[in-house]
Design a protein around this ligand. Structure first.
Ligand code: ADP
Ligand code: MG
Length: 238
């Protein structure tokens, strides 16, 4: 059970309130896309869920379990960033399995895990290369492989495709959609790209200045925006 609930979650950095009472109930297997202008608090929200920052107030739950005080390593949440953050001196294989190795997973199990993930992401031919020998799209696949291999309950994506060119973005979008259909994992996905949001999301959360403006299906967001901000944001060129 990997439903994710944010209950009156607030986050302040010193005197600055970056998130103001966020309530979100994300269902098991849901693909939630979070959109909003730069600086509105999207990455901060993901960081709270991942445990990289702690909330000032409110409760975060996976299923019925309150995770506010659970260490990031024990949350079974994987995060994929815009900057791929691969280890430059390790091969692709090592990049993918390193996390398992430090968790004490046996070499045999690691080999099996990397083979499965590489097949799924079609990166079998790249396993012995270094990140510098990969294209942007290939690096992004490896970053996803590193997240997938942990078999997480929840995936967090922070603008994962924004460094890629337009064609590759469309390809990767399709791949991510397929991956989600296949794995059925719960996903929170931040993007600037409205088409990405409309095509990937089961529901979209629109945020402005740390306040959730609307949390609804793509169709309702498009046809029945709550306010001018939502209407303008969805309607404007990305
Ligand atoms: P987004 O991802 O939507 O662009 P962020 O969550 O990165 O926005 O940032 C939201 C706001 O919080 C910004 O004003 C940013 O400057 C501020 N902020 C983010 N992280 C910190 C931090 N560690 N310390 C102080 N302010 C921060
Ligand atoms: Mg951000």
């Amino acid at each position: 059970m990997a439903s994710l609930t944010l209950d009156k979650v607030r986050k302040a950095f010193g005197p600055v309130e970056v998130l103001k009472e966020i309530n979100l109930a994300i269902e098991d297997g849901e693909f939630l896309v979070l959109v909003g202008p730069s600086g509105c608090g999207k990455s901060t929200l993901l960081n709270l869920i991942a445990g990289l920052e702690s909330s000032t107030d409110g409760e975060i739950r996976i299923g019925d379990r309150v995770i506010n005080d659970v260490h990031p390593k024990d949350r079974n949440i994987a995060m994929v960033f815009q900057s791929y953050a691969l280890y430059p001196n390790m091969t692709v294989r090592k990049n993918i399995t390193f996390g398992l190795e430090i968790r004490g997973v046996s070499a045999q199990e690691r080999d099996k895990a990397v083979a499965d993930v590489a097949k799924l992401l079609q990166i079998e031919a790249l396993l012995d290369r270094k990140p510098s020998q990969l294209s942007g799209g290939q690096r992004q696949r490896v970053a996803m492989g590193r997240a997938l291999v942990r078999d997480p309950d929840i995936f967090l994506f922070d603008e994962p495709l924004s460094n890629l060119d337009a064609k590759l973005r469309v390809d990767m979008r399709t791949e991510i959609k397929k991956l989600h259909q296949r794995l059925g994992s719960t996903i929170v996905y931040v993007t600037h790209d409205q088409i990405e949001a409309m095509t990937l999301a089961s529901r979209i959360a629109v945020m402005k200045d740390g306040i959730l403006q609307q949390f609804d299906t793509p169709q309702n967001i498009y046809e029945r925006p709550n306010n001018m901000f939502v209407a303008g944001f969805i309607g404007s060129p990305s």
